[in-house]
Design a protein. Structure first.
Length: 353
């Protein structure tokens, strides 16, 4: 039985930052995540993509943000149960919870913080009968390592931001990039659409619209795809390629958490945002993209804010007879559970005093 103060479900950026905020309050955390490594979608879907709306970072790669968060929480020594999915929850007589994973690992905590992002997700796949035959053999539903496509020919299908962004990025990596979309109009950001058209004009991207991929071919590895233009079978033709990347988005699911008795609205967990992001079950919180409330914005920085308020509420529940005095890290510094200390300069303390 793994025991902790706050059990966090989800090792994405919101879940990782929760460890830091809890650590400032001397609360220990343990994290469960179905993925084999921390970082959530940032690590799994787009580790090399830049993020522009993290305060203090004009630009930071998603994977680097995860590395920074891991470094930030290292002194608070969180525990991890990775590669296992939170499955069952049992409320104990004292109000605490036991959460069991699909592998049978049991965790006991007075507070559960669900920070599962969009939940478990599956890529939306195009309706091609034999597509499974080439999965991870030339067909990939996400780009984890762009260098895999260095000097290779790549066909990307889709009309949203991911398809546009990766077409732009891989134009400087792959030997040939072909973007196929079933409409002439795209759903992504206008500046990305304009950039794709610019790259098309200088011959760095081949743009085929309206069209769709209707078949894939090869022996042990993908060798070519069949493209149908204008929804007309008579206009089908074959294009040789090393890789095919269909980017039609993800189908998010809450998974077993949906059966925990939580109040759900449109595949998200309803919370009380007037105070602490608690769910309808006392002691269970939902923070980050997994929750919903009036005015909700699915941004990483909003998840950080929610995690901060949630930890304050968790402290009050765990230590009802203790008074928590908020201390700025610029004044009090940061002391880790491993004995490391980052102290505020005396000049800062004097100026505030």
């Amino acid at each position: 039985m793994i025991k902790t103060d706050i059990l966090i479900i989800g090792a994405g950026p919101t879940g990782l930052f929760t460890v830091f905020e809890a650590g400032l309050l001397k609360l220990k955390c343990h994290i469960i995540d179905a993925l084999p490594q921390p970082g959530g979608q940032l690590s799994e879907l787009y580790p090399k993509k830049p993020i522009y709306d993290i305060p203090g970072f004009p630009e930071v790669k998603a994977g680097q943000l995860v590395d920074n968060l891991m470094e930030q929480i290292k002194s608070f020594q969180p525990g991890f149960t990775l590669g296992e999915r939170a499955k069952d929850i049992e409320r104990q007589d004292d109000g605490s919870f036991i959460v069991t994973t699909d592998e049978g690992t049991k965790h006991h905590a007075p507070i559960v913080a669900i920070a599962g992002g969009l939940g478990s997700f599956e890529p939306r796949k195009p309706p091609i009968n034999n597509i499974y035959k080439f999965e991870n053999k030339g067909i990939h539903y996400m780009v984890k390592d762009p260098e895999k496509f260095r000097d290779k020919s790549v066909v990307i299908a889709g009309g949203g931001d991911s398809a546009l962004d990766w077409s732009i990025y891989l134009a400087d990596v792959a030997s040939e990039v072909t973007l196929v979309h079933r409409r002439n109009e795209f759903r992504g950001a206008l500046e990305s659409v304009d950039r794709v058209k610019e790259l098309k004009d200088i011959g760095k991207i081949k743009l085929i619209t309206p069209a769709e991929i209707v078949d894939v071919h090869g022996e042990d590895h993908l060798e070519s795809v069949s493209i149908r233009k204008n929804n007309n079978p008579e206009e089908d033709y074959t294009l040789e390629t090393d890789y095919f990347i269909p980017l039609f988005g993800l189908s998010p699911k809450l998974g077993p958490i949906a059966d925990w008795g939580l109040e759900i609205e449109k595949n998200a967990i309803k919370v009380d945002n007037t105070l602490d992001y608690q769910t309808n079950i006392p002691g269970i919180y939902a923070i980050g993209d997994v929750n919903t409330y009036p005015g909700k914005l699915k941004l990483i920085l909003c998840g950080f804010h929610e995690a901060t308020l949630m930890c304050q509420s968790a402290f009050a529940k765990i230590h009802p007879n203790k008074r928590n005095v908020l201390k700025y890290t610029t004044v009090g510094g940061v002391t880790g559970f491993d004995g490391t200390k980052k102290e505020a300069p005396k000049s800062v303390i004097r100026s505030i005093d």
